[in-house]
Design a protein around this ligand. Structure first.
Ligand SMILES: Cc1cc2nc3c(=O)[nH]c(=O)nc-3n(C[C@H](O)[C@H](O)[C@H](O)COP(=O)(O)OP(=O)(O)OC[C@H]3O[C@@H](n4cnc5c(N)ncnc54)[C@H](O)[C@@H]3O)c2cc1C
Length: 570
């Protein structure tokens, strides 16, 4: 059995940031199913938010208000306050670690506008911000190589929690098919998002919600899973992200009639309204026949920005257009459609990243979560762009600090290695031994299509019920699906099947949570309940896995400190 003081699962921004915090005095391990710098954080483009001292008319209070309003008043305001206050320090710290932020003429960190932010507060490294941040952290992790053991391409299958005490994880070494128990005094999950269950998504192949499913199966509820963010500008049919930075720099959205249609939906913020609003507006234009040539897309027009500005500030955006769709945005507008982008829901934590399991704040000893897999909740019903890299940095660090502070109280707990390994083996063997004629790809495609069409930007009872039935059918079919590769070495067939099983499981939680929430708030838009309903629904959903496998829903209140809910206008 492998033993460490702290086991961090995930090597994105949240995981690596947490590791740097604890590695000075605790024996630290990072486990990642992909090579660390291939984590999805590296794909982030547009920026990371902070009200820096050099932006004279910005302040943490304004950043906080923008975030609360952006969240459609579902974000927990105590946590948001903490995040926006920590933000400037988090950025300066990254700068000191070597992150190459873009600069103003007088050498300060440059900042640009982003959706829903009333001030230009996105710090950026051209349009490769996530890449710059992730690699800076990775360099620091390398520098501390003697203190941080990295298990690269190890896949976590389950979380070991008994009597509310977390004891470790069970991992599968992808290189040789070996199962291993990793025992730790504390476990931090930083396993990222779950957007891959949808047909059109900007998410990496690895964003399959493994961490949240492991927690859910271990008895931990999932919070606010119904809130799945669509980003307004994915490349048509590919879903690949064209950063909001393109609109932050002044790009227009144009419909089939040549109109800048955002005028109808958000007169003051136009293209830079929050993502839920812009995505709904685009979809409405498309649904009402005003897509380009009546088709399923509209245009993002950057031509007026000039070649020089595009080459300097948006080089990756330009290259993505050329590589994936054969269009150079300097010369032609880009065909785009909304793409599933971010998971507001996840593992409930307190402001120090410790996992809590109910409305009374009961903690799981030794278990923490940070970054996109967690729900603190700083994003509520809709995240503002650039607040997520910030969330991952701030709460990755806080989770690390909190582990450090509690370390003296931690101990290693006994784990029955045989039982844990046997149960993981059984999980794997059910896939190897399945007999039937079903095909994993067909099941995956079925899932993606139905989630996209019935649990997407617009939802209603009829569609969600259809979706739920279909998913249950897909779960049954999964049991009869065979895989062809039976080897132990780099069996990606097996890994993708396990990921599919996870997607089928959390998709059901998304749908059941969405069916129950009979209102429209942030990214959750019900055509049969089109208004926000603060009387009944100003609360967080907690979805538990019942003993019979059925989902049980409970709720907990929203933390409201400074800003009372008001109508959301832009
Ligand atoms: C294309 C794109 C652009 C974005 N641009 C921005 C932006 O400009 N600004 C912004 O604020 N946000 C942006 N976001 C969102 C932001 O990048 C993410 O929310 C954030 O990076 C998540 O970081 P993380 O550390 O939580 O997880 P990730 O970076 O996703 O890392 C997850 C880690 O968990 C590991 N893992 C997962 N499952 C397992 C398992 N079973 N076993 C072992 N390891 C596992 C993975 O290997 C990986 O290391 C963007 C997102 C996308 C998809």
């Amino acid at each position: 059995m492998v033993t460490h003081d702290v086991i961090i699962v995930g090597a994105g921004l949240a995981g690596m940031r947490a590791a740097l915090e604890v590695c000075g005095s605790l024996d630290t391990a990072i486990v990642s199913k992909v090579y660390p710098t291939r984590s999805h954080s590296g794909a982030a483009q547009g920026g990371v938010a902070a009200s820096l001292a050099n932006s004279s008319d910005d302040s943490w209070e304004i950043h906080m208000y923008d975030t609360v309003k952006g969240s459609d008043f579902l974000g927990d305001q105590d946590a948001i306050e903490m995040m926006v206050k920590d933000a400037p320090e988090a950025i300066i710290e990254m700068e000191h670690m070597g992150c190459i932020f873009s600069r103003t003429g007088d050498g300060k960190i440059a900042q640009r506008y982003f959706g829903g932010h009333s001030r230009p507060r996105a710090c950026y490294a051209a349009d490769r911000t996530g890449h710059a941040l992730l690699h800076s952290l990775s360099e620091q992790v390398m520098r501390n190589a003697s203190k941080i053991k990295i298990y690269s391409e190890w896949y976590i299958l389950s979380l070991i929690v008994h009597d509310n005490i977390c004891k470790g994880v069970v991992a599968y070494d992808i290189k040789n098919g070996r199962l291993e128990v990793l025992r730790g005094k504390a476990v931090i999950f930083a396993t990222g998002g779950y957007g891959r269950a949808f047909r059109i998504t900007s998410n990496a192949f690895a964003s399959t919600g493994d961490g949240i499913v492991a927690a859910y199966r271990a008895g931990i509820p999932l919070e606010d899973m119904e809130f799945v963010q669509f980003h307004p500008t994915g490349l048509y049919e590919q879903g690949i992200l064209i950063s909001e930075a393109a609109r932050g720099e002044g790009g227009y959205l144009i419909n089939g009639k040549g109109e800048r249609f955002m005028e109808r939906y958000a007169k003051s913020m136009m293209e830079l309204a929050p993502r839920d609003i812009v995505s709904r507006s685009e979809q409405t234009e498309i649904n009402e026949g005003r897509g380009i040539d009546g088709k399923n897309f509209i245009y993002l027009d950057l031509r007026h920005l000039s070649r020089e500005k595009i080459m300097e500030r948006l080089p990756q955006v330009r290259q993505l257009g050329i590589d994936f769709i054969g269009i150079d945005c300097i010369e032609k507008p880009l065909p785009i459609q909304p793409t599933v982008h971010y998971s507001m829901g996840g593992i409930p934590t307190d402001r120090d990243g410790q996992v809590i399991i109910n409305d009374k704040g009961t903690k799981v000893t030794g278990f923490y979560a940070a970054g996109e897999c967690s729900c603190v909740s700083v994003h509520g019903a809709n995240r503002l762009g650039t607040n997520s890299l910030l969330d991952a940095l701030v709460f990755g660090r806080r989770a690390g600090q909190s582990v450090l502070e509690s370390a003296k109280d931690f101990q290693l707990h006994d784990v029955n290695e045989d039982t844990e390994i046997t149960s993981a083996k059984t999980e794997i063997n059910t896939i190897f031994n399945a007999s039937g004629n079903e095909n994993m790809n067909n099941i995956r495609n079925g899932l993606k299509d139905i989630m996209m069409s019935e649990c997407g930007i617009f939802r209603n009872r009829e569609g969600l019920e259809l979706c739920l039935n279909k998913i249950k059918g897909l779960q049954d079919r999964f049991k009869k699906a065979k895989i062809t590769d039976r080897s132990k070495v780099f069996n990606t067939d097996l890994i993708e099947s396990i990921e599919l099983r996870h997607m089928l499981e959390y998709s059901e939680v998304i749908i059941v949570s969405a069916l129950a929430r009979e209102e429209s708030r942030g990214s959750h838009a019900r055509t049969d309940f089109s208004k926000r309903d603060d009387v009944k629904w100003l609360k967080h959903t907690l979805a538990y896995k019942g003993d019979d496998g059925e989902i049980e829903l409970k709720y907990k209140p929203v933390a409201i400190t400074r800003y009372q809910p008001e109508e959301r206008k832009y």
